[in-house]
Design a protein around this ligand. Structure first.
Ligand code: BJW
Ligand code: ZN
Length: 248
């Protein structure tokens, strides 16, 4: 795709940049998205898997689903999109990643400031005493149990649950303070995460969406770049470098 020169100028002159990311950025690493054509929720019902009542009703089923997804995550590698975002840390005064993903791929790609709004699949905690665990549990005999007798669950945010306050507050502050806010590979339908888009907009940031198709929020953004994030983000790096080189 050709990217408008005006867009490259705005990006190149930005100082504080936020990348707000969703499942689409990890699609090219082989991790399925939730919604859309190949989304996992075309086959599985979120209300049976992604809420606390479903977990308490059938913890083994929910664990099997997470174990399966953990295996996919463990086999996957950061893709060109994650790596481009990490590289952009050297190109702007401040780069913050605010992600809805639980797959750790931004951190593995080298991004330093990453706020995880929906938790992290590598961590687990006891629903009773809240102790954290970072180990691979054997679930062949059922969901893992804590010494205190409580069930251990993945440290992810299910529907109806509050987001980790420190992560959301940090993401919200970054959205308020940035001058450029990228929305990458998210359908923008899940709240309160998606509210950060409007926080950034109301505080004067330019919004640029990168997605393979129009989304719920595309009418609110300044620019939409359509294509795979693993292609567009590396292309942006090249265009920013060219712009800055030709300016002097
Ligand atoms: C590419 C690409 C490529 C593909 N390149 N792009 C109204 C009705 C009912 C409920 C609500 C309501 N309004 C708000 C709510 C509450 C609810 C909510 O938002 N529901 C809406 C869905 C309706 N929110 C909550 O419940 C949240 N908590 C909350 O509100 O707390 C307050 C409260 C507390 C107590 C009582 C009541 C309220 C919590 C939300 C938690 C979301 N959790 C999940 C699961 C995480 C764990 C796990 O992974 O298992 O988070 S749901 C799922 O959606 C996951 C994601 O992070 C999240 C967002 O999805 P995302 O990332 O946008 O992915 P997709 O698949 O939707 O989109 C992918 C995009 O990529 C697409 O656009 C593609 O086109 C694109 N793409 N390939 C570029 N190569
Ligand atoms: Zn416990």
């Amino acid at each position: 795709m050709t990217i408008d020169k005006d867009v490259i100028k705005i990006i190149s002159n930005a100082r504080s940049v936020v990348f707000f990311t969703g499942a689409g950025i990890s699609a090219e690493s082989g991790i399925p998205t939730f919604r859309g054509k190949d989304g996992i929720w075309n086959k599985l019902r979120p209300e049976e898997l992604a809420n606390f009542d479903a977990f308490m009703r059938n913890p083994k089923l929910v664990w099997e689903w997470y174990k399966h997804r953990m295996e996919i995550v463990h086999k996957s590698e950061p893709n060109a999109g994650h790596l481009a975002i990490a590289e952009m840390q050297n190109m702007f005064d401040k780069v913050t990643v605010v992600t809805q993903n639980i797959d750790n791929l931004h951190i593995r790609a080298g991004s330093k400031t990453v706020y995880e709004l929906h938790g992290n699949i590598e961590r687990n905690y006891c629903v009773k005493c809240k102790q954290f665990f970072n180990k691979d549990f054997d679930i062949s005999k059922g969901a893992p149990m804590c010494k205190c007798g409580g069930l251990i669950r993945p440290d992810v945010v299910w529907f109806g649950e509050y987001l980790p306050e420190d992560q959301f507050t940090a993401g919200d502050n970054a959205a308020r303070q940035c001058d450029l806010f990228f929305i990458v590979g998210t359908s923008g339908v899940v709240y309160p995460a998606a509210s950060l888009i409007f926080t950034a907009k109301n505080n004067g940031a330019t919004l640029i969406e990168i997605n393979i198709e129009p989304t719920e929020v595309c009418s609110s953004v300044n620019y939409s770049l359509y294509g795979k994030s693993g292609s567009i983000l590396p292309e942006l790096i090249k265009l920013i470098k060219d712009f800055r080189d030709n300016k002097d």
